[in-house]
Ligand binder design. Structure first.
Ligand SMILES: Cc1ncc(COP(=O)(O)O)c(C=O)c1O
Length: 377
């Protein structure tokens, strides 16, 4: 049975062209980029070439990009170092953020006495910008940390508008762009955005590599200390093949962006249509039904059936990989904080389908067929 993978917001399969770009580095470029001999110098030049390539996709300067182990590390560093190095005393975020932001902000509140404000959201997960302004008026050196698109319910943030609001109140602005880099184009020079974060495994790149974008006027100090790597910003011998893989994955993502966007949106719209036709009572959580939402994510609330508790298991034995909305976010049984945060009923099973470039209409058809079987029992 061929596996149908609809969990691309969790991670994507690596593109074989990315693997091809990484293999020569793994095989031949073993030098430590900090070494002064030729092996080291070659490795260093590979990294700097990749950094330049990465920066070119965001209309930014290569010096504003720092490679990290992924999104979690970059999010952590921004929040922690904004407090430690830039004197931030007030963090404004939302209850719908990824735990990399939310748990870090809560820890900074509890351990460092930082004031933490949660901006109001509506049932679709849309941020209340008037409330954001009210919170900004409370003053103090403020960091606003709001994700560009929600990984569970697909709600998007108007980055430019929020950037303008932050500018008016002289606040620092971080957006967790982990779900949108590689899926939307960005011009960082045109946004009042101080910090952004990226994870290559969300756009068919390798796991364990990402970057932190830090605008040149917002200089943090390192969170990980030791050697002088990443221009003294992130100690530790660089993940060279990961960096090359990230740059290649970005290149492929941006080369085919319009096509990928169109094709994946077609799959998502088709799935919405088929589910509405075949399963009476189905509804969509958050903003995920809207064509303005993150086009890779569809969060579906299903009617009750006699397999409620085993819903994901049923899909799994049919070879369909998805994420649970109501069950858990990572094997824990506390339920999705995002669905709870927008007041979704936990009585009905919710499932997140997330699409990628390798999915097909036939896979949507097969999935709807399996779901229809559950309801015809
Ligand atoms: C919105 C968001 N932020 C951060 C992360 C964490 O990224 P990483 O897995 O690279 O640590 C994820 C991953 O699921 C995510 O979806």
């Amino acid at each position: 049975m061929k596996n149908i993978y609809f969990d691309n917001a969790a991670t994507t399969p690596i593109d074989s062209r990315v693997v091809d770009a990484m293999i020569p580095i793994l095989k031949e470029n073993f030098g430590n980029p900090s070494s002064i001999h030729s092996n080291g110098r070659i490795a260093r030049s590979v990294i700097e070439k990749s950094r330049k390539q990465v920066a070119s996709f965001f209309n930014s300067n290569p010096s504003e990009f720092f490679f990290t182990s992924g999104g979690t590390e970059a999010d952590n560093m921004i929040l922690r170092c904004c407090v430690e190095d830039l004197g931030v005393t007030h963090i404004i975020t939302s209850r719908l953020e990824h735990h990399a932001v939310l748990h870090t902000a809560e820890e900074l509140r509890d351990a460092e006495g930082v004031k933490l404000s949660l901006v109001n959201v509506c049932s679709k997960g849309i941020i209340d910008l008037n409330h954001l302004e009210e919170l900004l008026k409370l003053g103090g050196k403020t960091l606003v940390s709001l994700m560009h698109a929600n990984n569970e319910i697909a709600t998007k943030l108007p980055l430019k508008e929020v950037g303008e609001i932050c500018k008016e109140y002289d606040a620092l602005f971080h957006s967790d762009t982990v779900q949108t880099i590689g899926h939307y184009s960005f011009d960082f020079s045109d946004l009042n955005l101080h910090f952004a974060t990226c994870a290559a495994h969300k756009f068919n790149g390798p796991k364990g590599i990402g970057f932190l974008y830090m605008r040149s006027d917002a200089q943090l100090k390192p969170m990980i200390t030791g050697g002088a790597q990443e221009r003294n910003m992130r100690a530790g011998t660089e993940n060279i093949y990961g960096i090359v893989g990230l740059a290649k994955a970005l290149e492929l993502a941006y080369d085919g962006l319009e096509e990928h966007h169109r094709d994946i949106q077609i799959l998502k719209s088709y799935m919405i249509k088929r589910l509405k036709e075949e399963i009476p009572g189905v509804s969509f959580n958050g903003d995920s039904e809207s064509t303005d939402s993150l086009y890779t994510v569809l969060n579906v609330c299903f009617p009750n059936s006699d397999v409620d508790e085993m819903f994901l298991y049923h899909l799994d034995i049919e070879g369909i990989s998805v994420s649970g909305g109501s069950a858990c976010s990572s094997g824990s049984n506390i339920g999705s904080h995002v669905l709870r945060g927008i007041g979704t009923s936990m009585e009905r099973p919710s499932v997140r389908f997330s699409f990628g470039r390798f999915n097909t209409i036939a896979e949507v058809d097969k999935t709807v067929e399996v779901l229809t079987k559950i309801y015809s029992k």
